[in-house]
Each structure stands twice: as C-alpha cells, then as structure tokens.
Design a protein around this ligand. Sequence first.
Ligand code: NDP
Length: 246
Amino acid sequence: MSELSGRVALVMGGSRGIGAEIARTLARNGAAVGFTYHSAADQAHGLEEEIRAHGGHALGIQADSADPEAVRAAIETTVARFGRFDILVNNAGVFPSGPLDEVTLEDVDRTLGIHVRGAFVAAQTAARHMTDYGRIINIGSCLAERLPGPGMTLYAMSKSALKGLTKGLARDLGPRGITAVVVDPGPTDTDMNPADGAAADFLRQFIAVGHYGHAQDIAGMVAYLAGPGGRHVSGGTIAVDGGFAA
Ligand code: NDP
C-alpha cells in the first residue's frame, strides 16, 4: 500500500512505543517520515535504519517538545530535508501520576509544555508549511474521557486540552483543506503502560474488550486518518481504546 506516497510526515515523540509504530506505519504507506525524540538516541537511530532498510525515508531529530524553539526547528528541518510538509502527529507524551498534593508547579509546567504548548507550536508551525494537503493528528488519551481513579489529575487535564486545540485548529485551518483530529488510545502495551505493569490489572477491568491494545492498533488508525480516508474527519475525537470510555 502506498497511499501516502509523496507525503511528508513528522511524528513528535517517535522513538519508542506508539510513536515509533506510527512512524513505521506511515513510512510503510509511502510517506517520508521525520520523528523527534527526547533522550532515546539509540532507539531513534535504530528506527531510522529500520525504515531505510525497508526502502523508506526517515529522519530522527532530537527535540524536547517542551522547548518551543526545538519544536519549530524540528519542523523546519523536516521541510528542509524532504521538501514539503503534509502530516503532523503530536504524540510526545509523559505520564505524571501521584497524590494531588504532591504535584508541583514544575510538574504542571513541564507536562503542559510537552502535551499542550508543544502541540500548539507544532501545529502552528506545521500549518505554515502545508499547501494542498494537511492532517494534524493529536494523540490524546482515554483518561480525558473517563478517569477511573485518583492520582491522574494533571495528566487528564493536559490531554483534555487537546480537544479544544483540535476544535480550534479544525475551524482555523479547515478552509485550507487541513483537518485536525484527536486519537484517544486506551491502555496500550508500551514502556509507559506495560500490559504486565503495576497499574495494568486496575486499568484492564475498565476495558470492554478485556485486554490491552497494541501500538499497531493506534498506528493503523493514524495512518488511515493521514490518508485520503481522513479527508472529512475533523474537529473530533476517535477512541481506539477497546471500549475503555464506553
Ligand atoms: P512511551 O513512553 O512508550 O513513549 C513516549 C515517546 O514520547 C518516546 O518516543 C519519547 O521520547 C517521547 N517523548 C517523551 N517526552 C518527550 C519530550 N519532552 N520531547 C520529545 N519527545 C518526548 O509512551 P507511549 O508510546 O505509550 O505513549 C505515546 C502517546 O500516547 C503519549 O502521548 C501518551 O500520553 C499517549 N497514550 C498512551 C497510552 C498507553 O497506555 N500507552 C494510553 C493513552 C494515551 P524518548 O524515547 O526520547 O524518551
């Protein structure tokens, strides 16, 4: 399948987990793919080599999503390397958790810096480069729809902000043919939330289908939305959560 041939994508936070699988899937579908990482340089280089070994085009870029200049530079670097910009996936994420009383202002600023300001700056910058095609796909969380326990207030707040961001982008950019959408993963087996981790049994009881998702479940939806199938999907949220929020 090569329905993304000629398209250029950038996955923010693409060195591991869901983001890496999104980068692989977009490349397999024909897109040239840039992806950022924060600290996992070895995994980023490994992914670059893997995509290139399969005949694809990949570029790993070190960029802290909490640093607006680094976010802007990542987009400019992608455009300079591949010549255009079509698809932005805001996936970079962290999972702050713990008692409400112990959350610091530094935790708040860091989390909002990555999840919200980073996504805003990336979308704003990317839109300047989009021409005849544009997709902005923001990776949210099922915990923005249903929060089944304590200790996740900051995370849920930050992911909820993506819904407002996405509605605004849909309105601001729709007239140019650019769509914006949130994809809400449910519990998905990655380093952030291993299917055999400490929280897994608690979370699993809320998943209607009874099991964790794989990164491929999210990547498949993102690839669909990034392609022609996503042309009329804008402003809303698609859950890929096994029924977690049902
Ligand atoms: P992982 O922890 O496995 O991977 C996180 C990715 O984000 C890595 O590539 C990491 O880079 C990157 N990243 C983290 N912080 C930054 C930063 N400051 N700047 C740039 N990149 C950064 O997480 P998942 O794959 O599980 O999560 C991906 C997204 O999906 C996140 O937004 C998460 O909130 C969301 N999500 C995940 C769920 C799950 O159950 N797994 C459920 C719902 C939502 P590096 O390797 O360099 O650290």
